[in-house]
Write a new protein. Structure first.
Length: 264
């Protein structure tokens, strides 16, 4: 499911338009129920078993990737491919009649792009603390992953299909959490599910990560036209939160029926 970013994508108007397109999005396999507790597994009512294994599988995938002896020589092992297949059973776009096998093949293609990016970056992804493992696979983490994947190749000469959001998650598992890095109490205090802090944190982290690690995207000051501070995480906070407060007030995602959210 690709996204085409405008050639003028660094303009403030283009960034705003893109940001608003994120409001009504949810993800196949996200570990939390919509409009419920965001950082936690949703359980069935019979056996109290998780309805989704996405969070656990992403955590396993992250550990397997970090087992590579040299980050610049990442290869996909049999175990990694097995995990991809299990995730494909969860992430297949059934609304477009995509099969598990088709989803798995899509992951293989995306994995080649991911490996190229990972090797070029030359360092392991930031680790998510054990205390915050319930963040794996949440809508918030996947939203961050989507933004990262939508923008990471936007400077390429040729049009490219964006990678599945799981690969954005794997590039920076802590992305989208409120506050710096893998903070606990700040996120727990300020995270507001479908509110301005949540949306701002997802895009602010993604745009900042892209600027620092891959020299692309509008940076932390994503609504300031890249005038200054696009590599400084303290920048863009006031303008970003103000923008999202206005968007949330106007679009009212917390009041919208779940059917209004696009599955991807």
């Amino acid at each position: 499911m690709g996204v085409k970013i405008s050639k003028d994508c660094d303009s403030i108007s283009s960034v705003k338009t893109y940001c608003e397109s994120l409001v009504f999005i949810r993800f196949y396999g996200q570990t939390n129920a919509m409009k419920g507790k965001m950082d936690g597994e949703e359980f069935d009512n019979v056996n109290e078993n998780p309805k989704s294994e996405l969070g656990r599988l992403l955590q396993q995938l992250d550990k397997e990737i970090k087992m590579a002896e040299n980050d610049s020589e990442l290869e996909f092992t049999e175990r990694i491919l097995e995990i991809f297949m299990k995730i494909a059973e969860i992430r297949a776009f059934t609304h477009t009649e995509e099969t598990t096998e088709q989803c798995f093949q899509r992951f293989i293609k995306d994995a080649e792009k991911f490996a190229e990016i990972y090797r070029k970056r030359g360092k392991q992804s930031e680790s998510l603390k054990e205390a915050n493992i319930l963040y794996w696979g949440t809508r918030q983490q996947m939203l961050f992953g989507k933004v990262l994947c939508d923008w990471i190749n936007r400077d390429k000469e040729t049009e490219m299909e964006t990678m599945d959001p799981i690969f954005g998650v794997l590039l920076n598992p802590t992305g989208g959490r409120v506050g710096p890095g893998d903070t606990g109490w700040i996120h727990n205090k300020l995270f507001d599910d479908l509110g301005p802090f949540a949306y701002h944190s997802a895009v602010h982290d993604a745009f900042g990560y892209l600027k620092i690690n891959h020299d692309t995207g509008p940076g932390y000051s994503y609504l300031n036209g890249r005038k200054n501070g696009d590599s400084n995480p303290l920048r863009g906070q006031v303008t970003g939160l103000k923008f999202w407060k206005d968007v949330v007030k106007r679009l009212k995602p917390e009041e919208a029926p779940e059917e209004k959210f696009i599955l991807m």
